[in-house]
Design a protein around this ligand. Structure first.
Ligand code: AMP
Ligand code: ZN
Ligand code: FE
Ligand code: FE
Length: 280
């Protein structure tokens, strides 16, 4: 069983529509794929229809933007009730904050480089969660950089002059919201030092006490030492271990299936989640 539990579509900052992500997952030889767009469930219906039509098993979720003290933490949440009012409202608040923040970043960038807000909006599917990758795409179209990765290293990185943070709830609060919505919360790429700060062992104690279900250990942004550390932490705290690609289509080098999750872990997630896994 080849199971990849973290991908993005044009509902957030991936380059393929949800149905195309499901089709690509099948082509890549996966048995199970999870769609986990940033701060939205907008891709869920299209992905379900595609999974049923093509015979893929599909786990639906969201990658929620959160903050632990001053550290940005991405919280994967699986199989929640997408209509839960408290979680849906919080996700909408984050998406609105993303929009204002992207505008502010573009204002700053436009002082030095030839892009406008309309150029960025032209890269965003209606209603999608807006992120730096959309600004990157506008910079590519403007001929400033060759691709998204270059845009991140040269213009959009977190320590650069154009960077603006956006609102995100505390990780503990997000875990509470996800659990109340019947979802299964898993910390994404927690050892990704290149993305900025990472959270400490004591932070994991606190998040486990709040009901964290798992840790995404096998991810290209967690180096070998971090994977050992996170695996030991999961064992100590009795948490699930997941692995995934964090596929973004053509926008990132990450390939579907480059890291995988054990079937027993998927079974545990399926058992805890409120929404059913889509099975052909
Ligand atoms: P934001 O969420 O707006 O802060 O933008 C950061 C997101 O961009 C991360 O979640 C990454 O997954 C995504 N991203 C997509 N393509 C790239 C890339 N080539 N380099 C770095 N990050 C990327
Ligand atoms: Zn992303
Ligand atoms: Fe992430
Ligand atoms: Fe992601």
């Amino acid at each position: 069983m080849r199971i990849d539990l973290h991908t993005h579509s044009t509902a957030s900052d991936g380059t393929q529509p949800p149905a195309a992500v499901v089709a690509s997952a099948r082509q890549a030889g996966l048995d199970v794929v999870a769609l986990t767009d940033h701060d939205t469930t907008a891709g869920w219906d299209e992905a379900r229809d595609a999974a049923l039509a093509t015979g893929m098993t599909l786990v639906r979720g969201t990658e929620m933007s959160t903050r632990y003290e001053h550290t940005s933490v991405h919280l994967l949440c699986y199989l929640q009730d997408p209509a839960d009012p408290a979680l849906a409202t919080e996700l909408e608040t984050i998406r609105t904050a993303r929009l204002g923040r992207a505008r502010e970043m573009v204002d700053r960038i436009a002082a030095d480089l030839p892009i406008t807000w309309d150029d960025v909006l032209a890269q965003v599917v209606d209603g999608a969660a807006v992120g730096r990758p959309h600004i990157a795409d506008a910079l590519v179209v403007a001929g400033v950089v060759p691709d998204r990765s270059a845009a991140f290293t040269r213009v959009l990185h977190g320590s650069g002059p154009y960077y603006v943070p956006h609102y995100a709830p505390s990780t503990t609060r997000a875990i509470e919201l996800v659990l109340a919505a019947g979802g299964v919360p898993v910390i994404a790429h927690a050892g990704a030092a290149d993305r900025g700060r990472t959270i400490s062992d004591t932070a994991f104690d606190e998040l486990a006490a709040a009901g964290l279900a798992g840790i995404e250990v096998h991810h290209r942004d967690n180096d070998a030492a971090q994977q050992v550390r996170l695996g030991a932490m999961a064992a100590r705290l009795g948490l699930l271990v997941t692995g995934s690609s964090d596929y973004h289509g053509l926008g990132k080098p990450n390939r579907l299936g480059e890291n995988l999750t054990e079937p027993a872990v998927l079974a545990a997630i399926a058992e805890r989640g409120t929404t059913q896994v889509v099975r052909p």
